[in-house]
Design a protein around this ligand. Structure first.
Ligand code: SAM
Length: 356
């Protein structure tokens, strides 16, 4: 550039653009959703440092999950632009991408509609909750509502819980209930569950890193919700006043040290199958020891890649009397036109009754 005037103009324009950009990010950082993310991140960093001895205490993630957690370390340094589109980053956990739901994919859209209709036919009490248009929520637009594989999975689970006779009480209760989910991923099921069962305190145990997704998402979806993270009060007070809380986040490392006065239902989906035998046994035995009357599981006996687990069903059976709930002929991962899984390899809905 030889013309010094225009070089100066360019520099001034660049400074102005950078300042405007910084101002936009600063305004976004001031929004409640980003503040929720920052609150979550502070807790996650603290929980990660407390959990440094994971391996010594038998809390190491399974080999499979060690690799998965590395993939989204970037979420510890998420800009407001990432948080604003949080849902587009949950593919790290589910493999679902927004571009799988483009309008032009009409054949796929039809299959999703057919599956939704098949599920509606099993639903006696209107349990459908669509994907909210929140933080980049995506899906096929069916009748003005977003539908994706996650929404269909969670809908199927709610119906199975209803048919397994554990949901009605939680939906209609006038007394506060406590539900504990192990491995809640990005928080999509707690969102649906809380919509259907508002009078429930929903406890989530997961690797702390996952709270970057689930806690941020749930605080955005329920801005009025009262939330507690393990470590925000002395550990022994974690469940103090639990009836007034909507969500409690407990890291896997401290799960076994806590003793809520009641647990009404333990939930696990697509997660026990990826853990070690020791971890699944620890969670199910803990629910049993706490007197939790019911357990719900949607799992394969063992994920194909997981060599550290014996069999989810046989572990559950030690503590809970399993009641399989038959749903569609295909697993949640498949559309109705696809071949069912062979033999015992598919996902099973199981409601367990605590053995006495
Ligand atoms: C495939 S994701 C499923 C998430 C969610 N249940 C769903 O169906 O969308 C598996 C979940 O289990 C969690 N998980 C894996 N091992 C765990 C462990 N030992 N303790 C607690 N959570 C664990 C993962 O962090 C993740 O949230």
């Amino acid at each position: 550039m030889t013309d010094s005037g225009s070089t100066t103009d360019l520099l001034v324009a660049a400074d102005a653009a950078a300042a405007a950009w910084e101002a936009r990010l600063a305004a976004m950082r001031d929004q409640p959703v980003y503040r929720s993310y920052e609150r979550t991140r502070r807790r996650v960093l603290a929980l990660l440092s407390l959990g440094r001895n994971r391996r010594l205490t038998g809390h190491a993630p399974s080999d499979y999950w060690s690799g998965e957690l590395d993939k989204f370390e970037y979420m510890l340094d998420a800009s407001p632009l990432i948080v604003e589109k949080l849902r587009l980053h949950t593919h790290n956990l589910t493999g679902l991408h927004a571009n799988q739901y483009r309008d032009s994919l009409r054949k796929h859209r039809r299959r999703f509609r057919e599956k939704l209709e098949a599920l509606r036919a099993l639903d006696e009490v209107d349990l459908w909750v669509p994907e909210p248009r929140l933080l980049g929520g995506f899906g096929f637009d069916i009748g003005g509502q977003l539908v994706n594989l996650d929404t269909l999975k969670f809908y199927e689970v709610l119906i199975a819980m209803h048919l397994g006779a554990v949901l009605t009480e939680l939906r209609e209760t006038t007394e506060r209930k406590l539900v504990w989910e192990i491995g809640a991923g990005w928080g999509g099921f707690p969102y649906q569950f809380k919509k259907q069962c508002p009078n429930v305190t929903y406890v989530i145990t997961d690797f702390p890193e996952l709270f970057l997704f689930s806690a941020t998402y749930l605080m955005a979806a329920f801005p009025e919700a009262k939330v507690r993270f393990f470590g925000e009060v002395p550990a022994e007070d974690t469940f103090d006043g639990w009836r007034d809380l909507d969500f409690i986040f407990i890291p896997d490392t401290f799960h076994a040290t806590l003793r809520p006065e009641q647990v009404d239902l333990l939930i696990n989906m697509v997660s026990f199958q990826e853990m070690t035998t020791q971890q699944v046994d620890g969670y199910v035995r803990r629910a049993f020891d706490l007197g939790c009357p019911y357990l719900y599981s949607l799992n394969r006996d063992r994920s194909g890649h997981n060599a550290e687990l014996t069999n989810v069903r046989s572990i559950i059976e030690k503590y809970y009397w399993p009641h399989p709930v038959d749903m569609l002929p295909v697993s949640y991962t498949k559309m109705l036109n696809e071949d069912p899984d062979e033999g015992d390899s598919g996902y099973k809905h199981v409601v367990g009754w605590r053995r006495v």
